[in-house]
Write a protein that binds this ligand. Structure first.
Ligand code: SF4
Ligand code: SF4
Length: 455
């Protein structure tokens, strides 16, 4: 288990602030209610995703594609511009592991040192198990609801293990988090994380990465006692190895850009500290390989960054359009195959099974109507739907099946029919669901079906 030497500095402070904001958000969000339900709830059992002011239903799964595509392209763009910022600054693996390190240092003054006593090790690992339980409780809370889980624990006690499945998942994920963050730690970044593997595809020599300035640093000094003549023949690197000692993945940044580097900037702070003793600039910093190796200015606008930015903008645009045009209710229409169309008092009568869904978080009145789908249709006139209730009064998030009977007066079989489908006995019709009886109502959804005129 690698425990890096503690370092502080400009980037350590900045990253600590980011880490605290992310951790506090992660722990607080599941406790915030929106109306009478959690503000964010990924309810897999009922296949509904709840966000502030919006509920996404299973048939809207394509929104997930937009979310994944947006995040993926943003990652591509920011990696090509700024290297692995995600890894060092926002990845839960890094954020949680560094939180575990902070707990370790609080509990044990000799944390990570060979002199650490056994009781200190036991205390540190006990705190880590507890921290894992808290983290995973909130993680599961995003899917089940932390308030509901807490209420079940308080009312049922140990009996929750017989009533519910989530406590077993909680135990299993606690073990997994403890092993990953307390034992396996940054080995995950080095050996398992797929992003570490394909990041090299997104980086080029203009990407802003953390690297070592070999121009200034080399050749490194091996000894502290140098004559003035020897001084002149060496670079600025004092060979202090502080940059290696503070590296959580145990690499030497002076050997060049490596897959194991997570961009945590510990080595930047370490070298800034070391170089400040001599009044010099750090040898390890953020810049491009073009600058470090050839002193060329790095370019922000490059074919790959332009392509990633254009794709990202296109996906965000399509995502926004889909959200803006999202209808807050849904309609599906299926003809009843068990009841054939009838002629009742000279009117054709057809039967439909209609599903109406209110996706708003408030009750609504929805108006259902039916009309012929083609202009100039004369095979049927005066279409009327007969439903028990119109408007339909639906509760928030209610899904209601409705039986609909449609009657129409058969028109003349010849004469002024303009439909290309003239002569057929089935007429295309359109069901319209509106939130207002007003014709110009903005929100409406339509579904096409067929209306049959029996012989
Ligand atoms: S080389 Fe530097 S930036 Fe990379 S992981 Fe090690 S300490 Fe962090
Ligand atoms: S911290 Fe700076 S001076 Fe020390 S070994 Fe690393 S690069 Fe050289």
């Amino acid at each position: 288990m690698i425990v890096a030497r503690y370092i502080t500095g400009k980037y350590a402070v900045l990253r600590r602030i980011v880490r605290v904001v992310l951790l506090v958000s992660y722990l607080i969000v599941p406790w915030i209610n929106w109306g009478d339900r959690p503000m964010v709830l990924l309810d897999i059992a009922s296949r509904k995703f709840y966000f502030p002011g919006a509920v996404f239903w299973p048939q809207e799964f394509y929104f997930l594609w937009f979310v994944v595509a947006t995040l993926g392209l943003a990652l591509f763009l920011f990696t090509s511009l700024f290297g692995r910022m995600w890894c060092g600054w926002a990845c839960p693996q890094t954020v949680y592991t560094e939180m575990f390190d902070a707990f370790g240092r609080i509990v044990s003054p000799r944390f990570g040192k060979a002199s650490q006593k056994m009781w200190e090790k036991i205390a540190v690992h006990s705190v880590w198990v507890l921290a894992s339980a808290v983290l995973t409780f909130h993680f599961i809370g995003y899917f089940v609801g932390v308030r509901a889980m807490s209420a079940e624990i308080l009312t049922s006690g140990p009996a929750i293990f017989t009533d519910q499945a989530w406590p077993y998942f909680w135990l299993a994920t606690t073990g997994l988090f403890y092993f990953d963050l307390g034992i396996f730690r940054h080995n995950f970044c080095v050996y398992i994380c797929p992003y570490a593997r394909f990041q090299s595809v997104m980086l080029d020599r203009d990407s802003n990465v953390i690297a070592y300035d070999s121009h200034r640093g080399e050749p490194r000094r091996r000894s502290k006692k140098l004559t003035p003549e020897e001084e002149a023949s060496f670079g600025d690197c004092t060979g202090c190895t502080k940059c290696v000692q503070v590296c959580p993945t145990g690499i030497d940044i002076r050997e060049g850009l490596q897959v194991a580097c997570i961009n945590c900037a510990h080595c930047v702070d370490a070298c800034t500290d070391e170089m400040s003793r001599f009044g010099k600039e750090t040898l390890v910093g953020f810049n491009s390989l073009n600058y470090f190796e050839e002193r060329k200015k790095s370019r922000l606008l490059r074919p790959r960054t332009v392509a990633y930015a254009a794709l990202l903008l296109a996906v965000i645009g399509a995502f926004t359009a889909a959200l803006v045009n999202r209808t807050p209710f849904q309609l599906s229409v299926v003809r009843d195959r068990n009841l054939p169309p009838l002629l009742v008092e000279n009117q054709a009568q057809n039967y439909y099974n209609v599903d109406v869904m209110n996706m708003r978080e408030r009750p609504v009145e929805l108006y259902l109507s039916v009309e012929t789908a083609e202009a100039g249709e004369t095979r049927v006139t005066q279409l009327n739907q007969i439903v028990g209730e119109n408007p339909l009064r639906l509760k928030a998030n209610e899904h209601r099946p409705v039986r609909v009977i449609v009657q129409g007066v058969p028109g003349a079989e010849s004469g002024e029919r303009t439909s290309a489908a003239a002569g057929r006995r089935s007429v295309p019709v359109r069901f319209v669901l509106k939130e207002s009886a007003d014709e110009a109502a903005a929100d409406s959804v339509t579904k096409e079906s067929m209306f049959t005129i029996p012989e």
